[in-house]
Design a protein around this ligand. Structure first.
Ligand code: BV8
Ligand code: ZN
Length: 255
């Protein structure tokens, strides 16, 4: 075991309260493309330009084609050893009445599928939709999202609709949209109270999520990062474990 790994394990074992921040990298070994990796493009569009209110206003059908594509690609994806290690670790801490909060930027639902429970979904869920007229939000796992999206060239008549007749959108936070106050407050509190913040699989460039790392550090947390490479959070990281989270998390978190 490397000295970094043994130091990181010791910090976690001594921690009374642990917070975890995950990004798209934790789902990479489940076969889910990350945002900024090579898989991050779809029909030569970047998620950055499609995950915006402007794209939705301009072409809701194209935006739903993007999300419908991602939902359909997720149907046969399973949590990997990294997701499972976090869920098992949460269970063990609960048994010892120690605090645990999982803060995720991901919308793929794989943490929930692995059994994680105390989850703050900063950017919403690709498996929930919200009515753009009445605001009603509900779970929606339909793939395709409506029959019209099964074939090529869906049109406005194929858009999913709420019982009130309004068009429903993916219940995710787009770039330029504010996060829900209760989510940001819960995440900020967990980061500020944590003895250890574990940062996994995020490039740490998207705010306010990335701001949780310096926030935890300033409040006295030990920051451990698991990533293939150093990230924009490197200045705040105490222990950086280089490698895939599916391999490193089981070693870092096992009893
Ligand atoms: C906000 C949901 C207030 C949608 C996402 C100009 C105008 C408007 C806003 C801004 C602006 N300039 C800056 C901003 C703020 C903006 C922002 O931060 N932009 C960045 C890009 C500069 N933020 C916002 O807009 C936020 N809202 O600020 O509101 C406001 C309001 C109005 C006006 C101004 C401000 C909202 C941000 C939320 C956006 N929604 N997702 C969807 O999913 O479709 S964010 C999206 O990126 C995903 O959630 C994703 O998680 C997130 C971050 O990406 P990462 O998770 O880090 O993934 P990435 O691909 O980048 O990196 C993967 C990492 O994994 C890499 O480090 C890689 O090395 C590593 N990795 C790969 N494989 C593995 C691995 N690690 C371990 N193991 C492996 N196997
Ligand atoms: Zn409605």
């Amino acid at each position: 075991m490397t000295t970094v790994m043994s130091k990181a394990r010791a910090a976690l074992q001594a921690a009374r309260r642990v917070a975890v921040l995950t990004g798209a990298g934790i789902s990479a070994e489940s076969g889910v493309p990350t945002f900024r990796g090579e898989g991050g493009l779809w029909r030569n569009h970047s998620a950055m330009e499609l995950a915006t209110p402007a794209a939705w206003a301009r072409d809701p059908v194209l935006v739903w084609e993007f999300y419908d594509h991602r939902r359909r690609a997720l149907v046969d994806k399973a949590p990997n050893a990294g997701h499972r290690a976090l869920a098992a670790f949460e269970g063990r801490l609960a048994g010892k009445r120690r605090g645990f909060t999982l803060i995720t930027q991901n919308v793929d639902g794989l943490h929930e599928a692995a059994g994680s429970r105390a989850i703050v979904r900063l950017h919403g869920s690709i498996w929930r939709v919200r009515c753009s007229r009445c605001g009603r939000e509900e779970r929606d796992h339909a793939t395709p999202v409506t029959p019209g999206f099964a074939g090529p060239g869906p049109g406005p008549a194929d858009l999913p609709r709420c019982a009130c007749g309004g068009v429903t959108r993916p219940a995710v936070v787009w770039f330029g949209e504010s996060l829900r106050d209760e989510d940001l407050e819960a995440a900020s509190r967990a980061a500020a109270e944590a003895d250890v913040l574990l940062v996994v699989g995020t490039s740490a460039v998207v705010y306010p999520a990335a701001g949780l790392v310096p926030h935890a550090k300033r409040a006295g947390a030990v920051v451990i990062e698991v990533n293939l490479e150093p990230t924009a959070a490197r200045a705040h990281v105490d222990h950086h474990l280089t490698g895939p989270s599916g391999a490193l998390l089981p070693e870092l978190l096992h009893a």
